[in-house]
Design a protein around this ligand. Structure first.
Ligand SMILES: *Cc1c(COP(=O)(O)O)cnc(C)c1O
Length: 464
């Protein structure tokens, strides 16, 4: 008898402790939406059934991570928990300086406070919202140079996070002295959770070398990116993910990191880099607002949990499940005729709201309209990634974003296949009633990162 091949997507864990989920009625959700100004960031978590707002810090820790918390050493300076954390980071990213921060944006703020400033230009495949905001806050300009395929939601190109290397070369030729650092985000979150190929990272390194520029990774989803390289890039299939990660790290001069993503933490981040002088200047700023360099805004126990999470995230069984289970949701929506960004990203499924709601102008926020509908209909919380998030320009004017997407971000190891089947069911219902949805207008907004706190008013009645 030949060995049977089973195709069920298998969660490589069983449940260790449970969190009850509470159903709400549509009336309750309508009231919650009104009270929150139709901004899902303002809705209380207790009123959410399935929370796909973000995969940031929302994953489930393993029993070994919970056990690691007990080993936390809370010494102010030189805690052994720091060294354990530093060595776990260095096992994957062998940078001389590993500077813990309370989360990724703190690493960004510190790095760009040192390297940014008026007149500076910082390229990336696509800047994440906090990265862009931290760059612009210093007066510098954030430039997105993703390949053309990365801007086409229907393109099946396997590495839609790749940098347009010719455009990068042109920018560095024209503005060289103004560019302090080149960034690459793996995977490209704002561009649809799309991976960057190893070949492209090598090409970016060559351009950086030719122009004498440092390369920094925004490495939040490095393990998912490495899995995509292993499974999609020619010649990489037999390699271990840790090997691929180390090769990527070897191409860079430093990294910013949110430990709330692939390191499986509920909080944390770091800045790691090779250059001594830059590290000294970053540490000086760290002490000013984050804390002493061996804890940087984290408790010793957090550092322990992250060190353990870094071991777990590069496990092939975990990554196979992670990528396949996200793909499962994306494929089910695709088969239902819902316009999803293809191929399916690593941590999230992105839906092309502009294609789904062609009757709503981008400046009436089709992504927000769908996110609101999904919550009202099924208690599912998602996140707009489009004109609400990126439409406001530094000069205060407003412009349609390149894409109007909304995102179903899947927390790590948290929901089961049946939760995801429910999500698909609700999405299909909303898609069937898409023509009935209205747009929204912004009532109040802050000057930066407006999507977190802005309030909205529907431009008509929708009853999906
Ligand atoms: C989440 C994220 C950040 C910011 O990290 P926080 O921990 O949320 O501050 C930066 N870049 C990317 C690509 C991210 O996904």
């Amino acid at each position: 008898m030949t060995e049977p091949v089973f195709t069920t997507i298998f969660e490589p864990f069983r449940i260790h402790s449970v969190e009850p989920l509470t159903m709400t009625t549509r009336e309750q959700r309508r009231a919650a939406l009104a009270a929150a100004g139709h901004n899902l960031f303002r809705v209380d978590a207790k009123d959410v059934l399935i929370d796909l707002l973000t995969d940031s810090g929302t994953g489930a820790m393993s029993k070994d991570q919970w056990a690691a918390l007990q080993h936390g050493d809370e010494s102010y300076a030189g805690s052994p928990s720091y060294y354990l954390f530093r060595d776990a980071v260095r096992a994957l990213f062998p940078f001389e300086h590993v500077i813990p921060t309370h989360q990724g944006r703190a690493a960004e703020r510190i790095l760009f406070s040192v390297l940014g400033g008026p007149g500076k230009v910082i390229p990336n495949n696509t800047h994440f919202d906090t990265t862009r905001a931290n760059i612009e806050y210093t007066g510098a300009t954030a430039v997105d140079l993703v390949v053309a395929e990365g801007r086409d939601p229907a393109s099946e190109y396997p590495f839609k996070g790749d940098v347009d290397v010719a455009a990068l070369d042109r920018l560095l030729s024209e503005r060289g002295p103004d560019v302090p650092v080149v960034m690459v985000t793996i995977t490209n979150n704002s561009g649809g959770g799309q991976p960057v190929s190893l070949a492209n990272l090598h090409a970016v390194r060559e351009v950086c070398d030719a122009h004498g520029k440092p390369l920094f990774l925004d490495a939040c989803r490095f393990a998912e990116n490495a899995w995509f390289i292993k499974t999609r890039e020619a010649g990489q299939g037999d390699r271990a993910v840790v090997d691929i990660v180390r090769e990527i790290a070897g191409l860079a001069d430093g990294m910013t990191m949110s430990a709330k993503k692939d390191p499986m933490g509920n909080i944390g981040g770091w800045l790691a880099l090779a250059d001594d002088d830059l590290a000294r200047r970053c540490r000086d700023l760290l002490i000013l607002t984050e804390g002493f360099p061996t804890y940087g805004g984290l408790a010793g126990r957090d550092l322990e949990a992250l060190a353990q999470g870094l071991h777990e995230v590069v496990d092939h069984d975990y990554l196979r499940y992670r990528i396949r289970s996200t793909e499962y949701v994306g494929n089910a929506l695709h088969e239902a005729g819902i316009p999803v960004v293809r191929p399916i990203g690593g941590h999230a499924v992105y839906i092309d709201a502009r294609a789904m709601l062609p009757h709503i102008d981008p400046l009436a926020y089709p992504g927000q309209s769908l996110a609101v509908a999904l919550y009202e209909v099924g208690g599912i919380r998602t996140c707009e990634i489009g004109t609400v998030m990126f439409g406001r320009q530094p000069d205060g004017t407003e412009q349609a974003a390149a894409l109007d997407l909304f995102r179903l971000a899947i927390p790590r190891r948290t929901y089961t296949q049946s939760h995801m089947d429910y999500v698909v069911e609700v999405c299909r219902h909303v898609a069937d009633h898409a023509g009935e949805l209205a747009g929204l207008r912004i009532v109040e907004e802050p000057p930066t990162l407006r999507h977190f706190t802005a309030t909205f008013e529907p431009l008509g009645t929708s009853s999906p």
